[in-house]
Design a protein around this ligand. Structure first.
Ligand code: 13P
Ligand code: SF4
Length: 326
């Protein structure tokens, strides 16, 4: 077993030898954020992956994020240090076969019901609404992106919808992000019925409780939260939008309605301010699978490389490029 200092030293050395860059999503463990060359939200990470000059991208995040990097940078080696770090919400929409059903029991003693049958695919949805453009949240697989017209992130969903010619759009996979988009555009939004179990778990009562404990703290919500939670928010944005809001706002304390990993960065960038997670269990287990040992192993073994089949990649890239052009 090595101590952290030895691991970090070896990571830095190997990074140089491999000409590698380490990217970390805002939800990663503090130890990963601290060694990353770049930390960001999904959109920022896609952009960085697209323009980086490094030969190797070590993607500390979940599978769909590394896939996006591989789609945008086919000539680079994209490595996901923990291959089982997936996103349950991304797996809720498929092109063929059944989607994965996520049950958020036993955390909230509540079952989330799906509106569509288990084997309902994106192709079935497109057949139901012929000619209606599909806006795919970046939290989708490459195969799903390849069947979509344009991608979006939590920060630009309304802008993306407004950029389309049609009055009606299909928005996948998050029902809550679709509801948020519908509030911010005049267009009709047809939604898929997926959800992020970390954000969907929050209820209005959680917000009321946190507000009674911290009455001076604005509540910042992620658009993946339920509409009734969004109604109680003082600010709604992607993780990077939350970082900006916390920096610019005069308040000294904030209630954070997103995955707890963001609090590491919020505290680091605003040492004089206080940040309270809305709920203690706002943790994405997949985002927490990567440790610094995983990064070291990834650099030593160059595993696991994320590759996307070329015909899928080309089509998925069109959807991502359309978004990046906006
Ligand atoms: P961003 O708001 O950072 O895009 O990410 C949300 C998310 O849940 C990523 O998995
Ligand atoms: Fe997926 Fe939610 Fe985890 Fe993000 S926080 S990776 S959307 S499950």
């Amino acid at each position: 077993m090595h101590d952290n200092e030895t691991i970090i030293k070896r990571i830095l050395q190997l990074k140089k030898e491999r000409n590698a860059v380490i990217l970390s999503h805002n939800y990663q463990r503090g130890e990963i954020q601290d060694i990353a060359d770049f930390i960001g939200d999904s959109l920022e990470l896609s952009r960085t992956a697209a323009k980086t000059d490094y030969d190797v991208i070590i993607f500390c995040g979940v599978h769909f994020m590394a896939e996006s990097a591989a789609i945008l940078s086919p000539d680079k080696t994209v490595i996901l240090p923990e291959i089982n770090a997936g996103c349950p919400m991304a797996d809720m929409v498929t092109v063929t076969g059944s989607r994965r059903i996520v049950n958020i029991l036993p955390v909230t003693l509540e079952r989330v019901f799906y509106e569509f049958p288990e084997d309902f695919t994106l192709i079935d949805m497109k057949r139901m609404y012929p000619g209606i453009p599909v806006v795919a949240y970046v939290n989708t697989t490459a195969t799903v992106k390849a069947e979509s017209d344009i991608c979006c992130t939590s920060g630009n969903v309304a802008k993306v919808i407004d950029s389309l010619d049609m009055d009606t759009v299909i928005c996948i996979p998050d029902r809550n992000l679709s509801a948020w988009a519908a509030r911010n555009t005049k267009k009709n939004v047809i939604t898929w019925d997926g959800f992020c179990h970390v954000h969907h778990r929050i209820r209005p009562d959680d917000v009321r409780k946190a507000k009674s404990l911290h009455p001076d703290a604005p509540f910042i919500a992620h658009p993946e939260c339920r509409p009734e939670v969004i109604d109680l928010a003082d600010h709604v944005s992607s993780t990077s939008g939350m970082l900006r809001f916390a920096k610019e706002n005069e308040a000294k304390e904030f209630i954070i309605g997103t995955e707890r990993g963001l609090i590491h960065r919020l505290k680091k960038e605003n040492p004089r301010k206080q940040f309270y997670p809305l709920r203690e269990d706002m943790v994405c287990p997949n985002m927490k699978k990567t440790h610094i040992e995983s990064v070291l192993k990834a650099l030593e073994t160059m595993q696991t490389v994320i590759k996307v089949l070329e015909d899928v990649r080309v089509k998925a890239k069109m959807a991502l490029d359309r978004m990046l052009e906006i």
